[in-house]
Design a protein around this ligand. Structure first.
Ligand code: ZN
Length: 57
């Protein structure tokens, strides 16, 4: 294991933004985003899912 930052982050496969990961390496709680970039005010469907990993990573 290489050194990691204080808080691992990952890209949400649903809204495409970076959020902190939980200790289980899944996306932490965040609100979803509409296509226009506004918060939906509801939990994103990506919460609790593994982060998106770019090809070649
Ligand atoms: Zn999301």
């Amino acid at each position: 294991m290489s050194a990691v930052g204080p808080k691992p982050r990952g890209e949400c496969p649903v809204c495409g933004l970076d959020y902190q990961l939980t200790k289980d390496d899944v996306l932490g709680r965040h609100n979803g985003m509409t296509a226009a970039g506004f918060s939906t005010g509801e939990r994103c469907l990506g919460v609790g899912e593994p982060p998106f990993v770019p090809e070649g990573a």
